[in-house]
Design a protein around this ligand. Structure first.
Ligand code: FES
Length: 84
């Protein structure tokens, strides 16, 4: 019915990460971000935006499987360290 459908909530984006908290918020000092930059390049760090990463809030590439499975097009936020 219309009443039933208006009461149903949309599907959760987050299936598994910190489900015991009201809101998943990750805070980093900019120095911490720099510290997480990829060891090989020492230039970039990628943050997950698909909520599938096993290393959340960092991206572990899980978005690739999700995109392939669903036809979605999600990907990480990639921060690049400025080189001087
Ligand atoms: Fe979520 Fe890459 S694993 S954006």
């Amino acid at each position: 019915t219309d009443a039933a459908s208006s009461e149903s909530k949309p599907e959760h984006i987050n299936k598994a990460i910190k489900k015991d908290v009201d809101k998943v918020v990750d805070k980093y000092d900019i120095e911490e971000v720099t510290g997480q930059c990829d060891a090989a390049s020492n230039k970039t760090v990628s943050y997950c935006r698909c909520w599938k990463s096993k290393k959340f809030p960092l991206c572990d590439g899980s978005h690739n499987a999700w995109n392939k499975e669903t036809g979605d097009n999600v990907g990480p936020l990639v921060l690049t360290k400025k080189t001087v």
